[in-house]
Design a protein around this ligand. Structure first.
Ligand code: FAD
Ligand code: NAD
Length: 468
């Protein structure tokens, strides 16, 4: 091997890059990570997962929304919630998390460089530092983990204050009285929930006929009901033609001719891979029109010593999967056996209320002509549901009448994103609904919903068996 500065150089310190770097370091390799100034931890930590989930927690706490079933609709912890109230918590958490990332990299002897990287040749990365200095770094393996940025249509004049993308939300000067959200994807619906809870009058515009079509239909219906209750208006099957900025607000013009006035407009209409500054051609690589890089099942690009992980390779574009991809890429680079990532991946959507699922939906099973029986537990019939004041939550099990295994688990309401892992474990280990029927759960808990739903499913299955 020629003499390189590092065994592995990782471009991007988000979840994918971090885990690639640490995995390679654990295998005894010399590793460096490069990221732009003030971006250690990636999009995940600065504008994505962590700040948005912290903001959600602050919104839930300060609005007292989750307590209103118990204390009445006028219950609030604080009447006039300011941006400062919200950002205090976000800044605190982000600061702490940056510290954790920095210290984890340091104790694994991973060198961190600050600057923007681009390829000079397949083994050399040119790093432009904030001082204007350029430094060349060579490595045996390179991992591209540069993530994405919000897609901004050319026709819209973004100013980051009144017409903004999801990165700008975190620097809002005040809670808007009204807001248009363009795109009802995961980002759009999470922010629609938060601003609606804060009292903003939200209108969601979505080109497609519906939203979150990866989720259980009944749960999406429940979410829409809850959001409408918080004065959210949905405009499905509508496309934005133009956004106008006026001295006293914005006007969103739809192709159908409708006009929606609002204090602010937020675009959450997809994301673009961050590859345009990388000079990929110098490494012998290309990206597609959405800036994404193609990889094989080991996250290797067409240049064998260069890997790509995380959002820059596209679906599923989650922090959770990006981390696993980073680890797998490093293991592959150094011949360490890595088990294949399990197909059974949970999805967690932090709307208010939250949604989480694993496995297939009723619609997918019907389309695949797979028979199933449903077992349902409603939080309002669980003692814990009453105690916490969550009357709308539910857990749904989809059970095979053939071998009694779980085909899908869908959860809506408090703790859904945590609870789902029980179903994931049972499914991953090939367990049946009978395991859940016979298991004893702590009482009173939301986890008990698994037993209640399992009993419901087996009661229905028994009815069929008796008649069959
Ligand atoms: C608002 C929002 C909410 C989200 N919520 C969730 C959630 O709840 N759960 C979940 O699992 N996922 C969530 N995601 C997705 C999650 O944040 C991403 O999947 C994850 O951040 C991707 O990680 P990554 O490793 O690809 O790197 P990223 O986190 O995208 O970071 C990439 C890094 O590369 C750096 N970089 C780019 N180009 C260069 C260059 N040329 N030189 C040097 N450095 C460079 C960037 O500065 C950045 O720091 C959310 C995303 C957004 C936007
Ligand atoms: N909880 C989580 O796991 C979580 C949270 C947030 C983000 N993410 C990740 O971030 C990624 C990006 O999320 P996103 O919501 O920006 O993108 P997305 O692609 O999921 O959704 C964009 C939506 O905008 C619509 N749209 C696009 N242009 C439009 C127009 N001109 N008018 C009306 N509608 C339009 C699209 O039809 C689409 O439904 C997701 O793929 C997701 O993996 C995950």
């Amino acid at each position: 091997m020629p003499d390189f500065d590092f065994d592995m150089l990782v471009i991007g310190s988000g979840p994918g890059g971090q885990k690639a770097a640490i995995a390679a370091a654990k295998l005894g390799r010399s590793v460096a990570v490069v990221d732009r100034p003030d971006m250690l931890g990636g999009v995940s930590l600065h504008t994505g997962t962590i700040p948005s989930k912290t903001l959600r927690e602050a919104v839930l706490y300060l609005t007292g929304l989750t307590q209103r079933d118990l204390y009445g609709q006028s219950y609030r912890l604080k009447d006039d919630i300011t941006v400062a109230d919200l950002t205090a918590r976000t800044q605190h958490v982000v600061g702490r998390e940056v510290d954790v990332v920095r210290s984890q990299l340091a104790r694994n002897q991973v060198t961190v460089y600050s600057g923007t990287a681009r390829f000079a040749d397949p083994h050399t990365v040119a790093l432009s530092e904030i001082s204007g200095r350029e430094r060349l770094l060579t490595a045996g393996h390179v991992v591209i983990a540069t993530g994405t940025r919000p897609a901004r249509p050319d026709t819209v004049a973004f100013d980051g204050r009144t017409i903004m993308d999801s990165d700008n939300v975190l620097s809002l000067e005040q809670v808007p009285r009204s807001m248009v959200i363009v795109g009802a994807g995961v980002i759009g619906m999470e922010y629609a929930s938060m601003f609606a809870a804060l009292g903003s009058k939200v209108t969601v515009v979505e080109r497609r006929p519906g939203m979150l079509d990866l989720c259980d239909v009944e749960i999406v219906e429940s979410l829409k009901y809850h959001l409408r209750d918080l004065a959210v208006t949905f405009r499905f099957g509508e496309t934005v033609a133009a956004v106008e900025r006026h001295p006293r607000g914005t006007l969103t013009v739809l192709e159908s001719g409708k006009k929606i006035p609002a204090d602010t407009v937020m675009y959450s209409a997809g994301r673009q891979g961050l590859t345009d500054e990388l000079d990929l051609d110098r490494a012998g690589l290309t990206a597609d029109a959405r800036g994404r890089i193609t990889v094989d099942e080991n996250y290797r690009t067409e240049v064998p010593h260069i890997y790509a992980v995380g959002d820059v390779i596209g679906f599923p574009a989650l922090a959770a999967t990006s981390m696993e991809q980073g680890r797998a890429a490093a293991y592959h680079a150094y011949g360490e056996p890595a088990g294949r990532m399990h197909d059974l991946q949970p999805i967690g959507i932090y709307t208010i209320p939250e949604i989480s699922f694993v496995g297939r939906t009723e619609d997918q099973l019907t389309e695949d002509r797979v028979p199933f029986e449903v077992g349902l537990a409603r939080y309002r019939e669980l003692a814990r549901g009453q105690i916490i004041g969550d009357s709308h939550g539910m857990l749904k099990l989809l059970v095979s009448p053939v071998d009694r295994t779980l085909l899908g688990v869908h959860c809506f309401g408090s703790g859904a994103t945590e609870l789902i892992h029980i179903g994931q474990s049972v499914m991953g280990c090939g367990g049946t609904v009978d395991y859940l029927v016979n298991a004893v759960f702590n009482y009173p808990t939301l986890a008990e919903s698994y037993k209640v739903a399992a009993l419901d499913a087996t009661n229905r299955l028994r009815q069929i068996d008796r008649l069959d």
